[in-house]
Design a protein around this ligand. Structure first.
Ligand SMILES: [Zn+2]
Ligand SMILES: [Zn+2]
Length: 366
C-alpha cells in the first residue's frame, strides 16, 4: 500500500478506538465507576446500532429482503449510522459489489487478499484502489431515491458522530453520567460493534461449513452468528442473499430474523422473502453429491424422485398463494395439502441423502 492511498481519518480511528476502549474499561474497572443505567444503555446501543446494520443496512437496504414501514426505515437509518460504518449508500454499494464479485479482485473485502484485509485492512485505503470501487450512484439508485437516506449520506460525518457519541451522552445525562454515555455506550460499544460486523467478512469467510455451495468462500458458523446478530450463517446467505433469514432453522441464533418477523407481525414490515424449502434442500443435495468421487450418474437418476415431489410442492404453493390473494375458500385445503407435500419432500430429501451417504461409503471402500 502506498502512503498516499492511506485514509488517515478512518485508519487512525480504527487503530486508536480499540486502544481508547481498553483504556476506558481499565479506568472504569479500576475506579469502579460504572453506573448500571449506563451499562444498560450500552447494551441497548450495541443491539440498536448493530442491528441497524444487520436488519437495516444489510437485509433491508442492500438486499431488499423485506419492506419496512417509513418509521422503521428512519430508525434503522438513524441507529445504523451510529455503528460508524459509513452511510447506507456507501455500505450498500460496497456490499452489493461484495456479492456480485465475491472472492475476486473487485470484491472490496475479498478473503483471497487475506484475513486481515477482509476484516479491517480494506478500510485503510482510499476508494478506487485495491478493488474498492468509487461510489456509483447508479448501483444504489433505489436507495438514493429515499430523502432520509440521502440526508444521512450528505451529512454522514456529523450524523454518525452524533448518534455514536453525543446521543448516548445526552441520554445518560438523565442520570448525570454524560461521559459514561459517551465513553461506555459510545466508544467501547462502537469498537465491539465494528469488530462484530468485520467478523462477517473475515471469520464467516474462513471457518465453518459449506452446506449449500462451495462456489464461494462463505461459510456457516454458529460462533460467528453469535458475534454478528445472526449473520454467521453466511454460506446460506451468499447462496440465497434475498432471503430475510440467514439462520433458516428455528433453533439457529438469528436475532435479526426474529426482529424482522416480529415487525411483520406488528404490521411494520411486509413481503418478507423466504426461499422455498425445495430449493434449499435441492442445493444441499447437490452440494453433497458434488463431493462424491464416483457413482454420480446413478444418484442423478434417483434425484428424479425428489424433483417430482419438489415440482408438485411448487405447483401447490403457487395455487395456494393465488387462492389466498383471491380469498378463495379452497385456500385452507391447499394449505393442508402443502403441509402434506412438505412432509413428503422431507422424506424424499432424507432418502436421497442416505443414497449419497451410501455412495460415498462404497467409494471409500473401493
Ligand atoms: Zn460475504
Ligand atoms: Zn449480504
Amino acid at each position: 500500500m502506498k502512503l498516499k492511498d492511506f485514509r488517515w481519518s478512518t485508519g487512525l480511528f480504527l487503530i486508536l478506538s480499540p486502544l481508547g476502549a481498553i483504556a476506558t474499561l481499565a479506568y472504569y474497572f479500576y475506579y469502579d465507576a460504572f453506573q448500571w443505567q449506563t451499562v444498560a444503555l450500552a447494551v441497548f446501543m450495541t443491539f440498536a446500532t448493530g442491528m441497524g446494520i444487520t436488519v437495516g443496512y444489510h437485509r433491508l437496504f442492500s438486499h431488499k429482503s423485506y419492506e419496512a414501514a417509513a418509521p422503521i426505515r428512519w430508525l434503522l437509518t438513524f441507529f445504523g449510522a451510529g455503528a460508524l460504518e459509513k452511510s447506507v449508500i456507501e455500505w450498500s454499494h460496497d456490499h452489493r459489489n461484495h456479492h456480485r464479485f465475491v472472492d475476486t479482485d473487485q470484491d472490496p473485502y475479498s478473503i483471497n487478499k487475506g484475513f486481515f484485509h477482509a476484516h479491517i485492512g480494506w478500510l485503510f485505503v482510499k476508494r478506487g484502489t485495491n478493488g474498492r470501487a468509487k461510489v456509483d450512484i447508479n448501483q444504489v439508485k433505489d436507495l438514493w431515491a429515499d430523502p432520509f437516506i440521502r440526508f444521512q449520506h450528505n451529512y454522514y460525518t456529523a450524523f454518525g458522530l452524533f448518534v455514536c457519541f453525543l446521543f448516548p451522552g445526552l441520554v445518560a445525562l438523565a442520570w448525570g453520567d454524560f461521559w459514561g454515555g459517551v465513553l461506555i455506550a459510545g466508544l467501547v460499544r462502537v469498537v465491539f460493534v465494528h469488530h462484530g460486523t468485520f467478523c462477517i467478512n473475515s471469520v464467516a469467510h474462513t471457518w465453518g461449513k459449506q452446506p449449500y455451495s462451495n462456489r464461494h468462500s462463505a461459510r456457516d458458523s454458529a460462533l460467528a452468528a453469535v458475534l454478528t446478530y445472526g449473520e454467521g450463517y453466511h454460506n446460506y446467505h451468499h447462496e440465497f442473499p434475498v432471503d430475510y433469514r440467514n439462520g433458516i432453522r428455528a433453533w439457529q441464533y438469528d436475532p435479526s430474523k426474529w426482529m424482522i418477523w416480529t415487525l411483520s407481525k406488528l404490521g411494520l414490515a411486509r413481503n418478507l422473502i423466504r426461499i422455498p424449502d425445495e430449493k434449499i434442500l435441492e442445493s444441499k443435495l447437490e452440494m453433497k453429491a458434488s463431493q462424491l468421487k464416483s457413482g454420480k450418474e446413478a444418484l442423478e437418476q434417483a434425484m428424479e424422485d425428489f424433483n417430482t415431489v419438489a415440482g408438485e410442492m411448487k405447483q401447490t404453493r403457487k395455487a395456494y398463494i393465488k387462492a389466498q390473494k383471491e380469498k378463495a375458500p379452497v385456500a385452507s385445503e391447499l394449505r393442508s395439502t402443502l403441509k402434506r407435500k412438505r412432509k413428503a419432500l422431507l422424506a424424499a430429501y432424507k432418502n436421497q441423502k442416505s443414497r449419497i451417504r451410501e455412495a460415498s461409503r462404497s467409494a471409500a471402500v473401493a
